[in-house]
Design a protein around this ligand. Sequence first.
Ligand code: NAP
Length: 270
Amino acid sequence: MSATRFAFLGAGNMASAMVDGLLAKGAVAASDLSCLGGSGRTAADLAARTGIRLASSLAELAGGADILVVAFKPQQLASADPRLASLTAGKLILSVLAGKRLARLAQTFPEARALVWAMPNTPARIGAGMTAWCTRSPLSDPDRAAVETLLAALGTSLQLDESLMDIAAAVSASGPAFLFEFAAALRDGGVAGGLPPETARKLAVETVLGAARLLARSGTDPEELRRQVTSPKGMTLAGLNRMEARDFRGILRETVLAAKARSEEMSKDA
Ligand SMILES: NC(=O)c1ccc[n+]([C@@H]2O[C@H](COP(=O)([O-])OP(=O)(O)OC[C@H]3O[C@@H](n4cnc5c(N)ncnc54)[C@H](OP(=O)(O)O)[C@@H]3O)[C@@H](O)[C@H]2O)c1
């Protein structure tokens, strides 16, 4: 058990995934966590469901915490309560806000002892996330351990230089959507070839899942695994040839770079 107290400002999907992961792993006790939302029900619901504390004010939330996780919507940062500046003095701030760089976070949390920007992805909801994160200045050992505990609640994490966050987000934060699109296309291909839709769906989903697990577990390159299922003059090669003819890799490359460019553009908004 860690004695670090984590407070969540914003208690929606991402905060819930973190709270669920922390509690499921036994990394902290429910009494070490607290949350506060906006004008809706999410914070009360999260507290009721998990047993974590529901703060009644920003001062109570921040006052009781050593680490504040900022998990509201990115557009809400501009109208964030100005008292956050002094209430978070000396605390570690971990923001999961898409597109809000460390320099921008430093405007809202100028007196924080450390600033971390983390970019999780949606599989974090089931503890299978991939989170890229960066920090404004090197973390002390205890702070690093606390950040790693928090992010381990969502799955795997990787610290990067901030300059790589846009391209990392294009691969890992947008990546699940690209893979879902691939799965949908695989399913639709099955339907086009005569499978009943539900059968095509099951074949596509389980294939994507199994192939991803094999890829992760094998430790080899995807090209090597592809080679292993591709016999000369076989059916897989016939399909792969068509992918190559239509420049599947080029399309994916453009896809990732378009997401990166949009991420760069969005982070210029205040
Ligand atoms: N979901 C993902 O997979 C994902 C991936 C990467 C990054 N993120 C980032 O995670 C953040 C949260 O996303 P989400 O999907 O969890 O959103 P969400 O489910 O819509 O939750 C938003 C939360 O913010 C709260 N809130 C609204 N106004 C607030 C205010 N003024 N002060 C404090 N809290 C306020 C809401 O509370 P009420 O219910 O009371 O309004 C709600 O608890 C976003 O910044 C997003 O960029 C999400």
